[in-house]
Design a protein around this ligand. Structure first.
Ligand code: MGP
Ligand code: SAH
Length: 250
């Protein structure tokens, strides 16, 4: 399905103090450094977009670890494009398959990718990732990135977050991807994720490994990324130079 690219967008309206999205508005340049060039977000994107420094870090790692300059990355829950833009920005040779079930958000992803000058490197597919994954050509995708909805901004109300609380379940997403596409997976998840449960559920074959990475901005952990397959770092590789986002491996 092709996306209508001719739709024009007015400038994002400022969000006022008192609005529940105001705290995200205050972080707008952390979400997109080029926000003022015309970035557009809808309500759900405001609270689910990956901050730019974290998205850039994940992109550097994923693209580098694929071992090919012409990496093709699947971003199966692309939202308004926070991660997809950084994958494509890593190198002009990287291609990104961007999928989202929401047509409005997919259009926003394309619009925002144009602002960063990387839309031509991206293919935008409207649909359910769970149906799309089994239909993809397995030889084509080098790595997959997943950042599904966590069930709203209330995700922190549980002390331990289970990937089963995601819709679709994060466990089903990983299993489907491993079965049909690749073991090379990066999965963005809440900072309160139950990592013990995750290991019990997903380390189901000999020699399988998972590496968890805490994604911090300043001193605050924002998200956790779990890496699988070839995306796992060896012990010598655990540090990346980065200005404003810090990463702790554990
Ligand atoms: P947050 O906890 O809502 O924000 O989300 P923050 O600023 O840490 O809130 P505070 O009040 O604790 O200071 C932190 C980050 O998690 C967001 O910036 C998003 O990148 C990511 N995120 C949050 N949600 C609810 C989702 C989601 O549903 N899906 C995805 N993929 N990412 C999310
Ligand atoms: N990483 C993105 C944010 C992703 S938010 C960014 O940085 O911008 C999660 C997205 O998953 C939402 O846009 C939502 O529409 C989409 N989504 C939810 N269920 C889906 C499904 N079954 N298949 C594909 N996309 C889905």
């Amino acid at each position: 399905m092709t996306i209508d690219t001719k739709q024009s967008y007015s400038r994002q309206r400022p969000i006022k103090e008192g609005d529940r999205l105001y705290k995200y508005w205050c972080q707008r340049y952390k979400l997109f450094s080029r926000f003022d060039d015309g970035i557009q977000l809808d309500e759900e994107s405001w609270w689910s977009v990956t901050p730019e420094d974290i998205a850039k870090h994940i992109a550097t790692r994923v693209c580098t670890k694929t071992g090919t300059e012409n990496a093709v990355i699947l971003d199966a829950f692309c939202g308004a494009g926070g991660n997809a833009i950084q994958f494509a920005s890593h190198s002009p040779y990287v291609r990104v398959v961007c999928c989202d079930i929401d047509p409005v958000r997919l259009r926003l992803a394309k619009h925002n990718a144009k602002i960063y000058g990387v839309a031509r490197q991206c293919e935008f597919i409207l649909g359910d990732a769970m149906q799309m994954i089994p239909s993809l050509n397995v030889n084509y995708i080098d790595a997959a990135f997943f950042s599904p909805p966590w069930g709203g901004i209330e995700y922190l109300s549980k002390e331990k977050y289970s990937l089963d609380m995601m819709k679709p379940s994060g466990y089903d997403v990983v299993e489907l991807c491993r079965k049909h596409i690749t073991d090379n997976i990066a999965f963005l998840m809440p900072r309160n994720t139950d990592q013990v449960e995750l290991c019990k559920r997903l380390l189901n074959r000999d020699n399988q490994e998972i590496e968890f990475e805490q994604n911090m901005i300043g001193k605050k952990t924002k998200t956790i990324t779990a890496y699988f397959g070839r995306l796992i770092n060896s012990d010598e590789e655990i540090n990346y130079d980065d200005d404003s986002a810090d990463y702790e491996e554990f």
